[in-house]
Design a protein around this ligand. Structure first.
Ligand SMILES: [Zn+2]
Length: 296
């Protein structure tokens, strides 16, 4: 029979991993890899809140969707505010529903937070802030990253390292409408770097080798990775100073990595050859048009 994990099971796993009272936690959670949880994402949230206690803080990526510009009339009606659902999954959306939740004042990179530092960190992350500035602040505060899933896509600090080193790329022409603190409806455009999630996991072995990993163990059936944000940032800064291409993925058909960064290879013929080879079966001109529009 399939095992069902309870709140007590998850509390035990979290404590075994190293999560403790008073932690300032940056969370990236993929619920489906944990297995069957009695009560779903809410049970994991309750377990985390119990372990970090009243002195602790939970912060999850809970970003909102953007669209290629110019927006359609229908997209113009989708106005982001503090309660807009996120594409980041069931756990992030459970946090958004919590009565004690604070949301970043940033129009798009809207982190969701609960706990002691939640209000302060969210209010400091404004429309004028960089997309990942809140994570930089968390590194200074000696926060910990907790990733729960199958594979670790990244721990968040790579974005901070890229920004601190001034690495630049051609920004995609995307955005969304949002409501600002005066209640005015405005357009927010993406003005931060982002990056390809397939390249960031290249850092994971280095986090292990160079002492950034505090715990690596099961949460339910998923892998839990618990890392010092200050240390993962230090490792990323060291590596990227030497080799800025380190975070680019190995897929020669990846537009983001191959073509958009100032330090991308930018070998056009090679890129389009690999892109066509990869997409030949599903090739449609509308897809190519969407790719071009989003990156123009
Ligand atoms: Zn890539």
């Amino acid at each position: 029979m399939e095992r069902v994990f309870t709140k007590d099971d998850l509390i035990k796993d979290l404590k075994k991993l190293g999560v403790k009272s008073g932690d300032l936690l940056h969370l990236k959670v993929s619920m489906r890899y944990i297995g069957k949880v009695d009560g779903g994402a809410k049970t994991l949230l309750d377990a985390l809140l119990e372990v970090v206690g009243p002195e602790g803080t939970l912060i999850s990526d809970a970003f909102v969707s953007v669209f290629a510009l110019p927006l359609t009339d229908e997209q113009k009606e989708q106005i982001a505010d503090d309660h807009t659902p996120s594409y980041a999954g069931a756990f992030a959306n459970e946090m958004i529903k919590h009565p004690d939740m604070f949301r970043s004042k940033h129009p798009i990179q809207k982190f969701a937070a609960i706990g002691k530092m939640a209000q302060e960190l969210c209010e400091a992350h404004t429309p004028e802030s960089g997309g990942y500035e809140l994570l930089e602040k968390m590194c200074e505060l000696d926060a910990v990253n907790l990733t729960i899933g199958k594979k670790v896509a990244g721990v968040g600090t790579t974005h901070v390292a890229i920004d601190l080193l001034g690495l630049k790329r051609k920004l995609p022409n995307v955005g969304t409408m949002y409501k600002d603190h005066d209640g005015d409806i405005k357009l927010a455009k993406v003005n931060w770097n982002g990056g390809c999630a397939h390249g960031f996991p290249k850092f994971i072995p280095l986090y292990h080798e160079r002492g950034a990993v505090i715990g690596y163990d099961k949460i339910g059936e998923a892998n839990g990775l618990y890392t010092s944000m200050k240390k993962t940032l230090e490792i990323e800064m060291d590596v990227l100073k030497e080799n800025p291409q380190f975070f680019l993925c190995d897929d020669k058909a990846c537009y983001s990595c191959q073509m958009t960064w100032d330090h991308s290879p930018k070998k056009k013929i090679r890129f389009y050859f690999h892109w066509l080879k990869k997409n030949f079966k599903s090739l449609s001109f509308s897809r190519l048009k969407v790719l071009r529009k989003a990156n123009s």
